[in-house]
Design a protein around this ligand. Structure first.
Ligand code: ZN
Length: 256
């Protein structure tokens, strides 16, 4: 295979050699791809605008004998410039990119994840509530990767989770209090509100990301739920989530 075109999102970009960048792209048809963008850090490089992290770009790529592809053209479709104006939005957008990067292997394409990521970036760029947009997006990304699980019923007795749920360390499955007690081990309790929010996020159409908001103490609870999922599937949560957790601990004073 030689030259091809595909649309995608820039997940990461880092300096490489004197004027080049190494980029990680998530393409609609080709999935996750590592590529070198030659000369992109020279002044007035025509590739520059299309290779900013999180840009939605029409790429021309070349696959030679090297394991790295080459970016030969990059026409930006949407730069999501408003995300870059705000540290909170940048942090939540970085989490979405990290989850795609860590949940998908190279050339493992997922149009479902791709369109969820684009919708997440669009709604974040529109100014909707960052944690509500980003966590709804991430649950859709996890579902596309097969990691989301379900929150409709107890994994032990199949009963409804009306009174909340319990997640045991290392086993990402929802249990009612009785089933959790029988199984023992260390566990985390989640409120009925958290169960309802997780279910509603998974049901949201991507264009409505941010339409189900979570505020106050529930934000911290939803971050803990996501952290348990990512820890169970990726061994450790992405650094961007740890950063967001610290950011929120300094911002949100939980009522006692
Ligand atoms: Zn049960």
């Amino acid at each position: 295979m030689a030259a091809y075109q595909d649309q995608g999102i820039v997940l990461r970009a880092r300096p490489y050699r004197e004027n080049d960048s190494l980029v990680t792209l998530f393409l609609i048809n080709q999935g996750k791809v590592a590529a070198v963008a030659k000369g992109v850090r020279k002044p007035r490089s025509p590739l520059l605008a299309g290779l900013y992290p999180l840009s939605y770009t029409e790429f021309s790529l070349y696959r030679g004998r090297s394991s790295l592809e080459s970016v030969v053209g990059a026409e930006v479709i949407h730069g999501f410039g408003r995300i870059r104006e705000d540290l909170d939005r940048i942090g939540w957008a970085a989490l979405m990119a990290d989850v795609v990067d860590e949940c998908f292997s190279d050339h493992d394409s997922s149009p479902e994840a791709f369109y969820a990521l684009v919708a997440g970036l669009e709604t974040l760029n529109e100014g909707r509530h960052p944690p509500s947009v980003a966590m709804a997006t991430v649950w859709h990304l996890l579902r596309a990767a097969g990691f989301a699980g379900q929150f409709a019923s107890c994994a032990g007795c199949q009963g409804e989770l009306k009174a909340g749920m319990v997640i045991r360390a290392g086993h990402f499955e929802p249990l009612c209090a009785d089933c959790a007690l029988m199984r023992g081990g260390s566990s985390t309790r989640f409120s009925a509100g958290a169960v309802k929010t997780a279910n509603r996020w998974l049901e949201l159409p991507p264009a409505k990301f941010g339409g189900v908001e979570t505020r106050g103490r529930l934000v911290g609870e939803m971050v803990r739920l996501l952290t348990l999922n990512l820890t169970a599937h990726l061994n450790r949560p992405p650094r961007s989530l740890q950063f967001l957790g610290q950011l929120m601990e300094t911002e949100v004073e939980e009522p006692r």
